[in-house]
Design a protein around this ligand. Structure first.
Ligand SMILES: [Zn+2]
Length: 245
């Protein structure tokens, strides 16, 4: 009896560890690098087995006459967070995207260096992801590339309060004007993909803007040095997916 009780206690302990630990353990370097994400936890298996994974190389595109992007913006309080994987700015409600006759609301935007998606085989020095969600919890990510050039005054508002330590946050004293951060022209590529971080969930609508914004070498380097390393997942196979332009 006593022995059985110990076995049960051990099983319960190991189960509870399995349920709580995995989310902490992925990264971009060492044994937790992107090639291994799918093996780090059963919850991350889509990173390995998924057939519609992001990011991708945007190479062969189908020209269509799709609608313009329908975006609205609202300046309000923003919070900047260093979550150890990226620098993320959480936003309040009021920034929307309408696509496929569905309304999506911006939750947050964050950054990768170098870029995750490639356009015609080319990496950009930095990429921002604007993560929108509809009422069903479906996601649309709008991706913006940065080239190295003039300092970006909107990025500067966030960068001056970029938290250096993992887990730390700050309320931006000047909110980033997202409309001003985006290029004037909003041509885009569209395809179906996934989260680019574990659990690599699929069914994400991807909108990659064709025009870039600019950031200075110093701005890109500041982000990279606070991350300590690249934070871009390698491009994934298309597996027959179609990219429309
Ligand atoms: Zn991202």
């Amino acid at each position: 009896m006593k022995f059985n009780a110990i076995i049960v206690a051990l099983m319960v302990t190991s189960l509870s560890c399995a349920a709580t630990e995995p989310a902490l353990h992925w990264g971009y370097e060492g044994e937790n690098n992107p090639e291994n994400w799918g093996h780090l936890s059963p919850e991350f298996s889509t990173c390995e087995t998924g057939k519609n994974q992001s990011p991708i190389n945007i190479e062969h595109v189908f020209k269509t006459h799709h609608d313009k992007l329908k975006l609205t913006f609202k300046l309000s309080k923003q919070e900047i967070i260093n979550n150890g994987h990226t620098i993320q700015v959480n936003v309040n409600d009021g920034n929307t995207l309408e696509i496929d006759n569905e309304l999506f609301t911006l939750q947050q935007f964050h950054f990768h260096t170098p870029s995750e998606n490639k356009i015609k085989g080319k990496y950009f020095p930095m990429e921002a992801h604007f993560v929108y969600k509809n009422k069903n919890g479906d996601l649309t990510v709008v991706a913006l590339m940065f080239n190295k050039g003039k300092p970006n005054p909107e990025l500067a508002k966030a960068w001056q309060q970029m938290p250096e330590d993992e887990g730390s946050t700050a309320t931006l004293s000047q909110s980033v004007d997202i409309k001003a951060l985006l290029p004037n022209r909003l041509d885009f590529y569209r395809f179906s993909g996934s989260l680019t971080t574990p659990p690599c969930t699929e069914g994400v609508r991807w909108i990659v803007l064709e025009q870039e914004s600019s950031a200075s070498a110093e701005q890109i380097e500041k982000f990279h040095s606070i991350m300590h390393h690249n934070n871009n997942r390698p491009t994934q196979p298309l597996n027959g997916r179609v990219i429309v332009d």
